[in-house]
Ligand binder design. Structure first.
Ligand SMILES: [Mn+2]
Length: 402
């Protein structure tokens, strides 16, 4: 069967946003990564030409307004005009919301003596759903909505009826929160459920906001919408493979989508438990082994978090060049490793010289000796560590074994 429309969907690029400080990029690597971030746009434009894409769908957060620069705006305007007349549909999100003083307003760009968006770039500007027909893509109608400044999207906008064109293939494009998929600490905006979306009757919905790929299918297993997620990772909440979507819509309204990786690097967060590793080389070996298993190739970005307990007084030392040549970038975070207490030392303190810590350890150790079974013994042993954390470090960190 021949498709009637081939689309490319990308969102949540967040151009001009900062990269996580925790990834600890040295200046040269950060510079490369920033170029690669912009390179996503160049790659997309190339794909549009190479793969005969009919339309580009961008459901929001293309750019971060708070930190955006005129340079990036001009870059986008230039790149997008290079694929004219292929339509590029933009429905601004909560990070690139439409406002009179936004780069999405051509009058504002003119005022600032910047060039304006080419005719193939279609930007939705209103806080309500609108439909447009596309002269370049016959029989296709696109419906979209824009986020705007100071107007929260708390209501369930997808409940009820959003007009569609009767004889067209109808595509819905928006930036919103699918119920049940919102990661912790992510803003809920323009919330909707799968049922609400499917009931609207659009042939396909291109959705932005969440940074992971996910698709919405109906009861018959047909694809009815999808999040591409962000196309490349910038921080530890964006670990793992990231994608854009290439999709095809057929005459019978069936939709086929394919996720495509366009960033050649992946961020991995790997935890190494140091408990029971009582010398530095053992820690280095454990890192080496696990990192090798969990990563894919030399292009990757690796964040190693050491956790657990290490003998008190000993310091984990990671040589400056450790595994550096094996990856684009690797960084080690030791800040979660806690000292492993020498319980015997507290028990051996004579009663006359007792400290609060030694009294506490002795008391609980006698409970360990009298524990009725293993599970009770483990609970009391853990309590000794938690108590020592509280007494010596004024904070309690959960033990890995819990
Ligand atoms: Mn967003």
């Amino acid at each position: 069967m021949i498709h009637v429309l081939k689309f490319l969907q990308v969102s949540d690029v967040h151009l001009d946003s900062s990269f996580s400080a925790r990834l600890n990029f040295p200046p040269d690597k950060l510079k490369i990564r920033k170029e690669e971030h912009k390179g996503i746009i160049s790659n997309i434009c190339k794909m549009v030409k190479d793969e005969d894409i009919d339309i580009v769908l961008i459901p929001g957060d293309l750019i971060d307004f708070e930190s955006s620069t005129a340079d990036t705006t001009n870059f986008l305007i230039d790149k997008f005009s290079s694929i004219s007349p292929i339509p590029i549909i933009i429905t601004p999100g909560n990070h690139d919301f439409y406002s009179p003083s936004s780069m999405y307003n051509p009058d504002f760009l003119t005022e600032k003596r910047q060039s304006v968006w080419s005719n193939n770039v279609i930007i939705f500007k209103h806080h309500t759903f609108e439909s447009i027909d596309l002269p370049y893509c016959r029989g296709i109608s696109v419906t979209g909505i824009s986020h705007s400044e100071n107007r929260p999207f708390d209501e369930r906008f997808l409940v009820g009826n959003i007009p569609r064109r009767k004889d067209s293939i109808n595509i819905l494009v928006f930036h919103g929160s699918r119920d049940g998929y919102c990661p912790p600490d992510k803003k809920v905006t323009l919330p909707f459920s799968d049922e609400e979306l499917i009931k609207l009757g659009f042939d396909y919905s291109a959705i932005g906001h969440y940074h992971s790929y996910s698709k919405v299918t109906d009861a018959d297993g047909n694809v009815r919408g999808a999040y591409a997620g962000c196309p490349m990772g910038r921080n530890l909440r964006e670990c793992g493979e990231k994608f854009i979507i290439i999709g095809k819509i057929y005459e019978n309204r069936k939709v086929e989508i394919e996720k495509r990786k366009i960033d050649h690097r992946t961020i991995y967060e790997i935890s190494i438990n140091c408990t029971g590793l009582n010398h530095n080389e053992a820690v280095l070996n454990a890192i080496k082994e696990k990192v090798k298993v969990k990563t894919v190739n030399k292009n990757d970005i690796v964040y190693v978090r050491l956790i657990g307990r290490f003998p008190p007084g000993n310091i984990i030392e990671i040589p400056g060049n450790f595994l550096k040549d094996d990856y684009f970038h690797i960084t080690f975070d030791k800040s979660d490793v806690q000292p492993d207490y020498d319980i015997q030392k507290y028990i051996e303190i004579p009663d006359t010289a007792d400290t609060t810590e030694s009294k506490f350890v002795k008391e609980l150790s006698s409970l360990v000796a009298n524990a009725s079974d293993d599970s009770e013994r483990i609970i009391i042993e853990n309590a000794i560590y938690y108590g020592l954390d509280a007494l010596t470090q004024k904070s309690v960190k959960p033990r890995y074994e819990d």
